[in-house]
Design a protein around this ligand. Structure first.
Ligand SMILES: *Cc1c(COP(=O)(O)O)cnc(C)c1O
Length: 416
């Protein structure tokens, strides 16, 4: 970073501060992670200088001798890792990947059916503030009010009633495994395409600790930067018969030139993900989440669905007499970074809801195991018990920092 330091000391200082923040805090935002040094270096490589609109062998600019090879390697690794027939590695991020999928199959006004945003769905699954809700007839299914679980009978009823062209499975805040065969059945019954958005749990699928949607879905979209631990980007994996529609929708439908530095870093991350150490990582992510969930419940916390099968958990703080936002701010002061989150059928407003969401992908990347999860649950319990005691929060932040020092985060080993 010496050249940045010379040219732009302001940004240099901020990058250094962010490095320190990431090194010294317990990062539990369920969508975040630490990429490896190899992924960081590839992201920062000269591949950022290239333009390569089009696809390997069919580009609109010359000089693609190297880039074509990079993109073909990324595609092949994604196919091998996930067992997909066709892969597009060009989407800039998860949201554009979803929009491209809609462009491939829908006309404006067509019906889509996805999980409601306040129940754990993503903005791009039809929220009214999103293009997905503005340009399409966006219908949604909700969780069961008694169990907090998906109710497949009611999803089927809704699908029969609204007859979507695309049925969307996938979420940003659901702590349980999805029943892909059941989603397939429902899609077939109503003649819909099944799109699975595995943005959050792609790393668990890659690591073999979560069922794969690939055999069931027509199209699978995913980010590459969450549990999969790659650079910020996305992929669309689909059946061969949809290959052309998907590729045309990504480029020129939604995007211009792909970010070749990101494509290369995705390739590196996919190589890492196809290894025993990543499979152990994915298994540990789930073990850590289960351990933390159980420890929190033992302390009297209410977890939506009473636990977790994946990398995340949703805590309903209603019985603790603290709002999600207040809890999130207090935890941040204590060095534990999470986000406030709506719970299903939340009685509070989305900007200050009743819950918090926590995930284990990032802290597992720095080597936390079950024992550390018990310590983390103690920290969380202490913060929520006394959220306005600043001195206490700062003391916990010191303990957090000391714990983190024993577990250097990938890419940040140099921070002392
Ligand atoms: C994070 C996420 C996305 C969008 O990803 P961005 O890269 O932030 O655009 C899409 N779908 C789901 C389910 C997600 O969790």
């Amino acid at each position: 970073m010496e050249s940045v330091k010379d040219l732009d000391p302001d940004i240099y200082a901020l990058v250094k501060q962010e490095e320190r923040r990431q090194a010294e805090k317990i990062r539990m935002i369920a969508s975040e992670n630490y990429v490896s040094q190899a992924v960081l270096q590839t992201t920062g490589s000269v591949l950022t200088n290239k333009y390569s609109e089009g696809y390997a062998g069919k580009r609109y600019y010359e000089g693609q001798q190297i880039i074509d090879q990079v993109e073909l390697i990324a595609i092949q690794r994604a196919k091998d890792l996930f067992g997909a027939e066709h892969v597009n590695v060009q989407p800039y991020s998860g949201s554009p990947a979803n929009i491209a999928t809609y462009l491939a199959f829908l006309n404006p006004g067509d019906t889509i059916l996805g999980m409601a945003l306040p129940h754990g769905g993503h903005l791009t699954h039809g929220a009214h503030v999103s293009i997905s809700g503005r340009y399409f007839d966006a219908q949604s299914y909700e969780l069961d009010s008694a169990t907090g679980l998906l109710n497949y009978d009611s999803i089927r009823e809704k699908a029969l009633a609204v007859r979507p062209k695309i049925l969307i499975a996938g979420h940003s805040a659901y702590p349980r495994i999805l029943d892909f065969p059941r989603f397939r059945e429902i899609a077939d019954e109503v003649g819909a395409l099944l799109m699975v958005d595995m943005a959050h749990f792609a790393g668990l699928v890659a690591g073999g600790v979560h069922p794969s949607p690939i055999p069931y879905a027509d199209v699978v979209t995913t980010t590459t930067h969450k549990s999969l631990r790659g650079p910020r980007g996305a992929m669309i994996l689909c059946k061969e018969k949809y290959a052309q529609a998907i590729d045309k929708a990504v480029f020129p439908g939604v995007q211009g030139g792909p970010h070749d530095n990101t494509t290369a870093a995705i390739a590196v991350a996919l190589k890492e993900a196809n290894s025993d150490s990543f499979r152990q990582y994915a298994a540990q992510v789930v073990k850590n989440a289960k351990t933390l969930a159980n420890a929190l419940m033992a302390k009297g916390f209410t977890l939506i669905t009473n636990g977790t099968d994946n990398h995340l958990m949703l805590v309903d703080l209603t019985n603790k007499d603290i709002s999600g936002k207040k809890a999130a701010k207090a935890l941040d002061k204590a060095g534990i970074v999470i986000n406030y989150n709506a719970i299903p059928f939340d009685k509070r407003k989305p900007f200050d809801p009743s819950g918090i969401r926590m995930g284990t992908p990032a802290l597992t990347s720095r080597g936390f195991k079950e024992q550390e999860m018990l310590v983390v649950s103690d920290f969380i319990g202490e913060v929520i018990a006394d959220p306005e005691n600043e001195g206490h929060l700062l003391r916990i932040a010191k303990d957090v920092k000391a714990l983190c020092r024993n577990f250097p985060a990938p890419g940040l080993e140099h921070i002392q």
